[in-house]
Design a protein around this ligand. Structure first.
Ligand code: ZN
Length: 409
């Protein structure tokens, strides 16, 4: 009698478990490992949100088998520069910039679409570098709770910047602001150290070395990292010297700055593709015709500095700087990184192992290996031969053990 009650109880409990709790075994035709090498005919076993084994044996008995033997599997990619909360629905008569203000709760729900478009590209983790009204905190937390579908998010909240028409910010103010962001819930601190955004490629530095350093030191003292935006070379130089963990954008980097990045291990996120996007989307934004040539000139200089920095050994990470209608194009940066001299495997590392380490998640993100989050992407074709397989041929995405994109049928 007791046994019967127990089995009935076990049965009920088992039936009540969500489907994702079952062990999954994924058959991969080919898998690109963390060293950028292809391994064929692999079985990946996933329990809940974690990879438990990667091998060539048979799937465990009772496992839910997912057959991806037609595809190449890579680790879920990481886009280290997004603005997930910048939402635009493309309604006629509206533009991405200058939309009416929305309550933060409305933006949170609408921006879920940006999160889903990002997953479609095989990006399962983002670092979001600047948002208003803590909408990025809300998205991060809802996604972690399983209440919103999207990539795992590491977020900065509101970036620190110079006042538009006031005096330059002083070190004490930035120290306090960095601490306030962290206290409010930011994972990262973002600093805008120069002008330049959207159609403007103005490289003017707006924050001094001393002020950047005060914010960086304050964040580091609390074990948080700092990303510094600079369109021009002087701001990049000062950001690197001030101890930024990553520097965003930038052109005309001098040899001394590049050498300093190598010595310090500073990660550079050139975001070359975002200006390509602004050129392509000029009509959506209503950009003036005379803004296009400077954007194109910036792209060329951005690419040239990336080529020199990569050759010198600077760690480079994939960042799209995606906003509004750019979501869904998050990984196009990979094409520019190959143009800058990377092999496709090196470009993939810039979207997996390098950003995982930047995020301090090198033991759980950026690789398909035991103990790592089950963030896995299946693509058609051979991404080691042609990086476009990663950009245009994503067919299936698993994030934390859950299938979030399936175009295999
Ligand atoms: Zn940005």
């Amino acid at each position: 009698m007791a046994t019967h009650i127990l089995s009935a109880f076990v049965l009920i409990v088992l039936c009540a478990l969500p489907a994702r709790a079952a062990t999954k075994a994924i058959r991969a035709g080919r898998l690109i490992d963390a060293a950028g090498k292809a391994v064929t005919n692999v079985v990946i076993v996933v329990d809940n949100d974690t990879i438990v084994s990667v091998g060539t044996g048979a799937p465990p008995a009772g496992a839910d088998v997912i057959d991806l033997s037609r595809y190449t599997l890579v680790a879920g990619m990481i886009d280290v520069h997004t603005h997930m909360t910048y939402y635009w629905d493309g309604a006629p008569g509206t533009r991405p910039l200058g939309q009416p203000r929305r309550p933060a709760g409305v933006t949170t729900v609408l921006a879920a679409e940006n999160a889903r478009r990002t997953l479609d590209t095989g990006v399962t983790t983002v670092r979001d570098l600047g948002a208003s009204n803590e909408v990025d905190y809300a998205m991060r937390d809802l996604i972690n709770m399983g209440k919103m579908i999207g990539p795992r998010m590491f977020v900065a909240g509101q970036g620190l910047s110079a006042a538009r028409n006031g005096p330059p910010p002083d070190p004490e103010t930035f120290r306090q602001q960095a601490e306030a962001r962290i206290a409010a819930g930011s994972d990262w601190v973002k600093i805008y150290a120069s002008r330049g955004s959207f159609q403007s490629v103005d490289t003017t530095q707006t924050v001094s070395y001393e002020t950047m350093k005060a914010a960086v030191d304050a964040a580091h003292a609390k074990n948080h990292k700092v990303a510094i935006h600079s369109y021009g070379p002087s701001g990049v130089k000062d950001a690197v010297r001030a101890g930024a963990d990553s520097v965003e954008h930038g052109i005309d980097l001098d040899d001394e700055t590049i050498a300093e990045m190598v010595t310090r291990g500073t990660v550079w996120v050139p975001t070359i593709d975002h200006n390509r996007y602004y050129v392509d989307a000029k009509d959506e934004y209503g950009f003036a015709p005379d803004t296009i040539a400077p954007l194109q000139a910036y792209i060329e200089k951005n690419l040239e500095s990336t080529r020199r920095a990569f050759k010198a050994g600077v760690k480079i990470a994939m960042g799209s700087d995606a906003v509004y209608s750019m979501f869904g194009q998050n990984t196009r940066e990979l094409g520019w990184l190959v143009k800058a001299g990377m092999t496709p495997a090196q470009a993939l590392a810039s979207a997996t192992t390098i950003p995982a380490a930047l995020l301090g998640m090198e033991k759980s993100l950026g690789a398909i290996a035991p103990g790592y989050f089950a963030d896995i992407v299946a693509v058609d074709g051979d991404p080691l031969a042609d990086v476009n397989a990663l950009i245009n041929s994503v067919r299936w995405v698993m994030k934390g053990g859950q299938v979030v994109v399936d175009k295999t049928k």
